[in-house]
Design a protein around this ligand. Structure first.
Ligand SMILES: [Zn+2]
Length: 222
């Protein structure tokens, strides 16, 4: 399955230059394990970075020249790697985890401390200690269950690891990345047929919209 929703180019650039915070770098690396297109882009960015280091007098790029350079460098892409991942447990209901994420889970998904919400329809585990206000979570949503409509005080970035969900912006499946901020209101609903597992970064609180506002739990039954 080829991902259709990718990180923004600025995020790939941060990753390529090593300036992304660890949670973001982990999410991008996990996406790269599943996305040949972004692997080519990052390889191209690495090439550009090498060129810039050799040029001590950088000049601003003309409009569109960056895209043309990317197009040219895409022709020099490295060979594709196999779809990264190993099975978490033999009886895991999920697709194999990408290798960069697997390294953070020496005891597998079951080694995490999961909080259960909405009668077990949603489970959340903190993967890393917070970095500032940025939390790194694995979110498991049962097939067909939904999260209340919400917007964000900060960034929310999700990588779909298994299953999928659909919101106002489309359907997101394994390997897809959705980035949201305070301009985005969405109500993700896990697709029916398979549970959904995401790696989700959240900076700041979610803000729930609608007549009940913040009085309700964010998580409701399907
Ligand atoms: Zn991609």
């Amino acid at each position: 399955m080829i991902p259709r929703h990718h990180p923004e180019m600025a995020q790939l650039l941060d990753y390529a230059t090593g300036s992304a915070a660890e949670p973001v770098a982990l999410l991008i690396a996990s996406h790269l394990a599943l996305c040949p297109a972004c692997r080519r882009d990052v390889a191209a960015l690495d090439s550009i970075g090498g060129c810039m280091l050799e040029d001590s007098d950088p000049v601003p790029l003309a409009e569109g020249s960056f895209e043309r350079l990317m197009d040219r460098l895409r022709g020099e892409a490295p060979p594709e790697e196999p779809d990264g991942g190993t099975q978490d447990e033999p009886d895991s209901p999920f697709d194999p985890l990408p290798l960069p994420l697997r390294r953070y889970l020496p005891k597998g998904l079951r080694g995490l401390s999961w909080s259960s919400l909405a009668g077990g329809r949603i489970r959340i585990a903190e993967l890393l200690p917070p970095v500032g206000s940025l939390r790194t979570q694995l979110v498991h949503v049962r097939a067909g269950s939904s999260i209340l409509p919400h917007t964000h005080r900060g960034m929310e970035m999700s990588l779909i690891l298994s299953g999928g969900y659909t919101d106002e912006y489309g359907q997101f499946l394994r390997g897809d990345v959705e980035t949201a901020d305070d301009t985005v209101t969405h109500r993700p609903v896990a697709d029916t047929g398979a549970d959904c597992l995401t790696l989700t970064l959240v900076a700041g609180d979610l803000r729930f919209v609608g007549p009940v506002g913040t009085l309700l739990s964010p998580f409701i039954k399907s």
